[in-house]
Write a protein that binds this ligand. Structure first.
Ligand code: NCD
Length: 334
């Protein structure tokens, strides 16, 4: 059983296969009627034990547009509140034969734990603590690939600056692994308390650390801004949010040192005025809404790939299940 627990461990071919399949889904998203049949009869369980707006909604929509039956559960409405362990909860869910379990959990390693203990259900990590958020990195890459393709550039040789609370960010980690595979340079930018030196060791040779916006954004092709993840902080990492913003809030003015056509990403949720100015978030450089839309395409590609893996294996399809499965016309055309 294949799972998607992280970008770490994926090869470049697998990464590119996910992006290629997601691009095919972008075509489906452009149709008037987006519901297509390939996951009819398949079941997806979305189990979110942490708050989420875009990730949770997009996994639900992605599953429904592929015609899967989708069940959504939060920690508060599961028997976890009655003392049931994560192990017993996921074994119980597996006994009902879902094809895919999408899990978000506050503990790093939770998705890996599920993958280890399930043999008939594929696991997708929708964010585990400070560890990884692979579908976020894939949608970020899809957004970059679309943007740079229009300028006849591919996804190699870029300088990507990630600014903010890197210490607590699973988005930053997944992106670091992805950009290492692609041969890009990643600058981690923020105060030393939020960008500790040991982060350089995660993907040696790829990561540089800078503690000022001016040094960090110099020559950047892409700036990804991250929120302060206060819910994961066990102590004070910055004196006050106001003081943090004075030094690290990214605005149009901070991008003067970046490449003139530098673009801006943010995984959301945004705290306007704290880590990013409203003008920049809503301005021409911002691809933030495109990221959200691409999240649907990426999650459709991932669900299709993991739910159809037995079929792909029977047909010995190279390049992942989605490559071998016909998406078909929209329901209206049938
Ligand atoms: C991120 C997450 O949950 O890791 N959000 C998301 O999924 N789009 C980033 C964050 O919470 O700051």
């Amino acid at each position: 059983m294949r799972h998607l627990v992280g970008i770490e461990g994926l090869g470049l071919a697998e990464l590119e296969s996910y992006l290629h399949n997601a691009e095919q889904m972008v075509e489906v998203l452009g149709r008037d009627i987006k519901k297509v049949p390939p996951l009819r009869g398949k079941t997806v369980v979305n189990f979110f034990l942490e708050p989420s707006t875009r990730t949770r909604a997009s996994f639900e929509i992605a599953g429904k547009w592929l015609s899967a039956d989708v069940i959504n559960m939060g920690g508060g409405d599961s028997s976890i509140t009655k003392g049931e362990t994560l192990y017993d909860t996921i074994r119980t869910l597996q006994a009902m034969s879902p094809d895919v379990l999408v899990i978000r959990h506050k503990e790093s390693g939770a998705a890996h734990f599920c993958a280890k203990h399930l043999e008939r259900t594929a696991v997708v990590n929708a964010g585990d603590g400070m560890h990884e958020h692979p579908t976020q990195a894939l949608l970020d890459l899809l957004t970059l690939r679309q943007h740079f393709a229009k300028r006849n550039r591919d996804l190699h040789g870029l300088t990507v600056a990630i600014v903010g609370d890197i210490r607590h960010s699973r988005v930053a980690r997944s992106n670091m692994f992805a950009h290492a595979l692609l041969g890009n340079k990643v600058r981690l930018v923020g105060p030393a308390s939020l960008v500790p030196r040991e982060l350089e060791g995660i993907v040696p040779g790829t990561v540089e650390i800078r503690h000022t916006l001016r040094e960090g954004l110099e020559g950047a092709d892409v700036v990804m801004v991250l929120r302060m993840q206060l819910e994961r902080m066990t102590e004070h990492f910055v004196p006050t949010l106001d003081e943090y913003s004075r030094d690290y809030c990214v605005s149009e003015a901070s991008l003067k040192v970046a490449k003139p056509d530098c673009i801006v990403l943010h995984p959301g949720p945004m705290n306007r005025g704290t880590e990013i100015s409203t003008k920049l978030a809503d301005g021409a450089r911002s691809l933030i809404e495109r990221q959200v839309n691409n999240g649907l395409a990426v999650r459709m590609a991932v669900l299709l790939d993991l739910a159809m893996q037995e079929k792909a294996m029977q047909e010995k399809t190279p390049g992942g299940a989605a490559a071998g499965v016909s998406i078909g016309g929209s329901d209206a055309a049938r």
